[in-house]
Design a protein around this ligand. Sequence first.
Ligand code: F6R
Length: 600
Amino acid sequence: MCGIVGYIGQNDTKEILLKGLEKLEYRGYDSAGIAVMNENGVHVFKEKGRIAVLREAVDSTLASSVGIGHTRWATHGVPSKVNAHPHQSESERFTLVHNGVIENYSRLKREYLPDVELKSETDTEVVVQLLEGFVNDGMEIEEAFRHTLSLLKGSYAIALLDKENKETIYVAKSKSPLLVGLGDNFNVVASDAMAMLQVTDQYVEIMDKEIVLVSEQSVTIKNLKGEVIERAPYTAELDASDIEKGTYPHYMLKEIDEQPLVIRKIIQQYQDENGKLTIADDIVDAVNSADRIYIIAAGTSYHAGLVGKQFIEKMAKVPVEVHVASEFSYNMPLLSENPLFVFISQSGETADSRSVLVQIKEHGYKSLTITNVPGSTLSREADYTLLLHAGPEIAVASTKAYTAQLAVLSILGAVAAEARGIASEFDLSQELGIIANGMEVLCDAKEEMEQIARDFLSTTRNCFFIGRAVDYYVGLEGALKLKEISYIQAEGFAGGELKHGTIALIEEGTPIIALATQEHVNLSIRGNVKEVVARGANPCIISMKGLEEEDDAYVLPVVHELLTPLVAVIPLQLISYYAALHRDCDVDKPRNLAKSVTVE
Ligand code: F6R
């Protein structure tokens, strides 16, 4: 979602900001802007659409040593030039970019700014106008900034310029992510470290409700009372080459291909010196002392949670519930006496999940975050973290993070089981190794997958995924992948549910992608396929070796039956990729979507 960058120093500010915004493109946005300040004042450039359009609009001769930039994912007001950030106060003294949602902006406007005519439809503009109002009333800028922040309800990450103090970028955050990056004779601000990796790998975390004064030579963090807080920087362990596409046409394809490597890396990262899979004792104790695990997640991560439940329950015999984060807060089930909350989140920033975390912490419940991003909000705020080690995932459609989530959940299940004295029926390291090899085979089958996409999806307006048992959950993920990037209406169903309603939608030629990886339900799912074929459907069956039948569209390499989702999802990712490509869709940046969903 919205991304923020800022730079103060003697290099080419506008170029650093534009490059930073390009690195944030993956988060999803629909307009972008920058503001740079020099002796002649503040120069604002903003455009609807891609950064490339903004780049064209920026005066390439403009010199400046301080500026801020923003990619906007519309929440309040349509995507447009006027709603794009930065926004300025009435006198144009203050210029501000914001990520998040100011829930009480209408009330603030009514109460404090009845006579101010806003230029945009955004919640953000209210913030900058409020600030100017308080300064006009006689407050010093810092006091006015703090006072403004104290009135805001909702979430924010803010970077602010003051025309009358060209030596400082004012920064603050609450719930939305924001970091300060440190350099030699310059400093930067960024929604995530990737944006500014071009200039520094040294970052300082900002905590909620702090304000930070960023100048060329210093970074001063203050708490609500104005007291200075010391905080050591950390090194962002990101490899710049990880965030380049290389020779790949799309990040999504690169990330699909990285999956075998990621699985091998996870095996390595979770092995001790004797090659035994291991997880920190306190995490295993937390799992084993819980009477029930509540998995909280959204989207693809929720689908990983559904499979993870199978792993943990079957291996460690701990009961698990899986909940959609956005529903949980106001739809909380009756909790068990001693729950453990497990948050699954690629980005570690998903606002819906974070809001549950805040809520359950108030009750004193223990929490574990499984994330790809060390230092992310969900990681920092939970009691424990397990990392995915998948490397940055840039394409909006999650692929390698999903399989990494499954691998880490399987390890959690296996290690917890061992600690409970439950003998394992298989060697998980070895099985994950077999999976990595199987993934390689699947990643090499791109031509077959492209053909399947052509045969089944080129002209269809919808597509159904069916499966039974764990295949049902993989089908849900396959449907999400297909709909989000190709815009084909796709839904996943439990094979047995079709006859209870959905089968009414089957028409001549409706594509049905059926998964058949589970021996105990193989005959039943094939029965469901026959039912839809009898009504005209065009079936594409993806089965596991050993369970295949003559007309199956693709046969997966054999892996342990419990772990089949790790391989079964790959054809679905590739088929979705090619279906989107054939329809000329923007595969990496699908419409309306954001990578890091930082609003509730
Ligand atoms: C779909 C996708 C989303 C995310 C969801 C949660 O491909 O990526 O459904 O899975 O927005 O995001 P995280 O995992 O970052 O919490």
